[in-house]
Design a protein around this ligand. Structure first.
Ligand code: FAD
Length: 333
């Protein structure tokens, strides 16, 4: 059974009655529904319900402001249609999925520690792992409400292997469960792929990759994709971490690190007395110092915590006026 969703102003699509959310149903139907994080944080999938009934899954989702709530706004990533509905939203071509997302059962087959707080989780699922480097999947983790977004750290593959670099968040329900409760052999629902911050293979410019914390997952994936497509391409990587022990990019890249033209680790909390001779401070400041004269030649990709994303948006968009089409990112809410 499915529910018919009509877009005020034209357009209609069907959402299966067992679909998790309106957003995912719309994207699965090929609709360019505005969205970004898919987990209630960014607010980009706001819409108006004109008629019909929808259930709100997470009423306190931070993606809606108090003003939004007063005006009756809803988040498509937290809404489930209960029957046929009419909604108001403006779909756009750039929001259409590059690969149609699919729900699958993913079995945890291995887990490797990258640092004391980050591990790479390897899942196996039926069918090819179809995605573009830099995209993310939505995992339903036992004991945590809703879903958690994790970016793929490997390349798309026919074998159905999905890798995610996950950081243990103190007090976080999903990440803690992944580390402490989920065991090799367990099967979790995975819905993937999602996200716009993916690699643009056809672009000829140098590839600048900037990661904060567990943002190294998608950055490793894009670095590999960029080098595989054209080994002579210039790939520059900036990795922001607190201390030397928190760096993970080189470990994940292994021998492939040799293909990276420049790798700049930047530490924000390395003890003063240590023998660290590399860059210190915040990663966006290192990007500014190193690329100020080369910015025209670069395509920028970044992933990590919201304060890092905001600092990079400020640098690249407001101060350097890099065209937004050359900037691709995911905020890790
Ligand atoms: C696009 C994207 C990509 C990401 N990629 C990675 C990655 O590769 N590696 C990584 O370590 N982290 C990544 N994250 C962050 C990750 O999704 C989690 O936010 C993080 O692991 C903390 O989750 P937690 O359950 O431990 O913490 P919690 O504080 O328990 O949960 C925080 C997350 O759960 C959601 N949430 C909280 N309560 C509810 C509820 N009641 N109903 C529904 N949802 C709820 C929030 O929106 C938030 O996403 C990504 C986030 C986004 C948005």
């Amino acid at each position: 059974m499915s529910h018919r969703i009509e877009l005020e102003g034209g357009g209609v699509f069907d959402v299966s009655a067992d679909e998790d959310t309106l957003l995912r149903g719309a994207l699965r139907a090929g609709i360019g529904f505005p969205h970004d994080c898919s987990v209630g944080g960014c607010g980009n999938c706001r819409f108006d319900l004109v008629s019909g009934e929808m259930e709100t899954l997470w009423t306190a989702a931070p993606g809606l402001s108090e003003r939004d709530r007063r005006r009756g706004k809803r988040l498509a990533c937290q809404s489930r249609p209960l029957g046929d509905c009419v909604i108001r939203v403006r779909p756009a071509e750039e929001n259409r999925p590059v690969v149609a997302p699919l729900r699958r059962a993913a079995r945890l087959v291995a887990r490797t520690a990258i640092t004391s707080e980050m591990s790479e989780f390897v899942f196996a699922a039926e069918g090819p792992a179809a995605f573009v480097a830099g995209q993310y999947g939505l995992l339903r983790v036992p004991g945590a409400e809703g879903v958690r977004a994790y970016s793929m750290s490997n390349l798309p593959n026919e074998a159905g292997e999905w890798r995610f670099v996950v950081r243990r968040v103190p007090g976080g329900r999903g990440s803690t469960a992944l580390f402490d409760t989920v065991a090799v052999g367990d099967v979790l629902p995975l819905d993937a792929p999602y996200g716009h911050g993916h690699f643009r293979e056809a672009v000829e410019r140098d590839v600048v990759l900037i990661a904060g914390g567990s943002g190294i997952g998608p950055i490793v994936s894009i670095a590999r994709a960029a080098l595989r497509a054209r080994p002579e391409r210039r790939v520059l990587v900036f990795e922001g971490a607190r201390t030397r022990a928190d760096l993970g990019f080189a470990t994940l890249m292994g021998a492939d690190l040799a293909g990276v033209a420049d790798y700049v680790p930047v530490l924000s909390a390395e003890p003063e007395g240590s023998d660290w001779a590399g860059a210190r401070g915040f990663v966006h400041a290192a990007v500014e110092a190193r690329l100020v004269d080369r910015r025209e030649a670069c395509e920028f990709y970044f992933a990590g915590p919201p304060p890092m994303i905001e600092a990079l948006q400020d640098l690249l968009i407001l101060r350097w006026t890099v065209p937004v089409e050359r900037i691709h990112y995911d905020r890790f809410f």
